[in-house]
Write a protein that binds this ligand. Structure first.
Ligand SMILES: N[C@@H](CCC(=O)N[C@@H](CS)C(=O)NCC(=O)O)C(=O)O
Length: 293
């Protein structure tokens, strides 16, 4: 250590990184834009069986939100739909993959979706190169939902899939900056891709971030439809310090320094991962206050 000042900085940073690993975190919601809130609410409730949990209108900012999921927001991952007044179309881009819904009977779910007029882009059957039964449904804005057959689970809204250009770099980023665990990797050489399942608990009990690396593809278009993944934290300031440090090593950048959002007072910090995917860390007790808990 060359100077006393450096000697002081380094241990603080190390503490922040270590702290992240013990922080109490959970996936809160995925935020994305839709062209017609009522149309999407109807689709998700009728086709997927989600519940409409809350709605809010923010006329001064010309947008509305609707929150939907399979259980209350204090214990479940949900989708936060954003409708911007007057905008009825978005570009999803090539990088966003899908959300996933676990179902005990994908065949039956597909029949329900079809009966309600929903679009199935891939019929149910074993995944190419594997055995898990899957199907794909497409919502009215074009977002894909993978339907995955599995036993009963407390969290049917089970994945957010994003494509990344360097899987090792992303795994390190989400481990160090977000405190996630690498739960599983799956290499599928026949179809030239590798997946990494990342999260905070068992893959079949909670939502995971599924990172997909397609051999040789290092960049994707992002469009303007999918916005961000929100994760809870006990301390946005310590979280921000850790993210700052990790971005220096692995790329990405802080887009909002830790602090309260004016008007709402919920403390957050947001940042981009090395591929440009946005994550927002939200103070857990402020979030519970927002829910009225
Ligand atoms: N090239 C694919 C790689 C990921 C992939 O193929 N995932 C599996 C699900 S884990 C899939 O979509 N399989 C298509 C199928 O089985 O029809 C992508 O970028 O989406």
């Amino acid at each position: 250590m060359a100077s006393g000042a450096e000697g002081k900085t380094v241990p603080d940073c190390e503490n922040a990184l270590e702290w992240v690993q013990n922080d109490k975190r959970r996936f809160l919601h995925a935020v994305y834009r839709v062209g017609d809130l009522d149309r999407t609410i109807k689709f998700y409730t009728e086709c997927f069986g989600m519940q409409l949990l809350r709605k809010r209108d923010v006329p001064e900012e010309k947008y509305s939100n609707a929150f939907l999921g399979f259980g209350p927001e204090d214990s479940h991952f949900v989708v936060e739909l954003t409708y911007n007044y007057g905008v009825d179309k978005y570009d999803i881009g090539a990088g966003f993959g899908h959300f996933a819904i676990a179902s005990e009977d994908v065949y039956k779910l597909v029949e329900t979706i079809k009966a309600k007029g929903g679009k199935i882009t891939r019929e149910p059957g074993p995944v190419k190169g594997g055995t898990a039964v899957i199907a794909f449904a497409q919502d009215p804005d074009g977002y894909l939902f993978e339907l995955i057959q599995r036993g009963p689970t407390p969290e049917p809204l089970c994945q957010v899939m994003l494509r990344v250009g360097d899987l090792d770099r992303s795994i390190k980023f989400y481990e160090k900056a977000c405190g996630m665990k690498l739960l599983r990797t799956i290499d599928n050489p026949a179809y030239k891709y590798t997946l990494a399942m990342m999260g905070y608990a068992d893959e079949y009990e909670t939502t995971v971030l599924e990172l997909t690396y397609n051999y040789g593809v290092t960049e994707y278009t992002k469009g303007n439809a999918y916005a961000q993944l929100a994760i809870s934290t006990e301390d946005v300031y310590k979280s921000g310090a850790a993210v700052e440090l990790v971005t220096k090593e692995l790329g990405g950048k802080i887009t909002r320094q830790p602090g309260p959002i004016p008007g709402i007072n919920t403390k957050i910090t947001s940042f981009l991962d090395p591929d440009g995917w946005k994550v927002v860390l939200v103070d857990n007790s402020d979030f519970l206050k927002e829910l009225g808990l």
